[in-house]
Design a protein around this ligand. Structure first.
Ligand SMILES: Nc1ncnc2c1ncn2[C@@H]1O[C@H](COP(=O)(O)OP(=O)(O)OP(=O)(O)O)[C@@H](O)[C@H]1O
Length: 297
């Protein structure tokens, strides 16, 4: 199976006046995988997605989605035609009923998957006869998801898709995303919910204050990342950790906490050569996220 990228950016940057919303973002999103785009409120997730869709122009850098240039108006039109997008503004035709809107949308897409439509209609219990403008926010999100997933897009981009959904609906959403991935759709979704990213993502991209701070396969993170706590000997110097595999160090007094992505044995051996007491513990996505984005020394 090939994993050539469906999204590729190099140095993608967006300034709003003096606000650096996205800073030199270079990333790839692989085909047929679920990529979670994680970051705190205001980290730059929506701005990145809007640039990928050609809704706003980058200040600098380049981006390609399905091979099309995001900064070229004609090509970005092709991006929007070929991918499915579920964003903050659901952009639905409010004057139609739910059933009319599904029928209307279905007509545009020869690859429409009636089985997904039927499944999600049943799961989401959408009120077919109600006008779209009269249904709840959560229902509108579900309807937008149904319309996006049933048309079998090559790539679906979702900006915080679980926003406004109840826990049961979130569960159904996560299952639906896994199903479309298994059927060949590439999924790129932003979220600040660690648990949902941890549940379904193959790869995790983490953005903080506009910068990409982590890009790893989730399995790789769980299997290879470790927290290494180093308690330096009372008389001895605190070791320095200019070593391969060190992602982050926090030093407090005589204790250092090292987040390592690889080379754990090398880092431990280095710390022990300073007579330090060393403890190695596994990490989960929450630990890493908090470690990377929290403003503590
Ligand atoms: N149109 C705009 N004009 C000025 N500043 C903006 C604009 N849009 C976003 N920003 C700023 O850019 C930064 C990134 O915002 P963005 O909406 O991309 O973050 P986000 O990660 O999607 O956040 P959230 O999870 O809260 O939706 C924030 O500081 C935000 O205030």
């Amino acid at each position: 199976m090939t994993y050539e990228p469906v999204i590729e950016t190099h140095g993608l940057t967006k300034h709003y006046g003096s606000v650096e919303a996205v800073r030199e973002l270079s990333l790839t999103v692989e085909r047929r995988r679920i990529t979670g785009f994680l970051g705190r409120n205001g980290a730059g997730k929506s701005t990145t997605i809007k640039m990928l869709l050609g809704m706003i122009r980058p200040t600098a850098g380049t981006g390609r989605v399905l091979g099309y240039d995001v900064a070229d108006p004609a090509q970005s039109l092709e991006i929007r035609r070929r991918i499915a997008y579920v964003g903050e503004d659901k952009g639905l035709y409010g004057y139609m009923t739910v059933a009319e809107l599904i029928r209307f949308t279905r007509a545009f897409y020869p690859d429409w998957r009636p089985e997904i439509e039927a499944r999600l209609l049943k799961d989401y219990q959408l009120p077919l006869g109600r006008k779209v403008k009269a249904i709840s926010k959560g229902m509108r999100t579900k309807l937008a998801l149904l319309l996006a997933l049933a048309r079998r897009p090559e790539l679906v981009i979702l900006d915080e898709p679980s926003e406004g959904l109840d826990p049961v609906s979130i569960e159904e959403l996560l299952q639906a995303l896994q199903e479309v991935r298994d059927a060949g759709t590439s999924v790129f979704f932003s979220s600040h919910q660690l648990s949902e990213v941890e549940r379904i993502a193959d790869r995790v991209l983490m953005i903080d204050r506009g910068k990409l701070v982590m890009n790893t396969l989730l399995d790789d993170l769980l299997n290879n990342y470790r927290n290494i706590t180093v308690e330096s000997a009372a008389q001895g110097p605190m070791p320095t950790f200019d070593l391969a595999g060190v992602e982050r160090i926090r030093v407090r007094g005589r204790q250092a906490r090292v987040l390592a992505s690889s080379n754990v044995e090398g880092i431990v051996a280095h710390a022990r050569s300073f007579d330090a007491v060393v403890q190695v513990t596994p990490v989960n996505l929450r630990d890493v996220f908090l470690d990377i984005v929290r403003d503590v020394p």
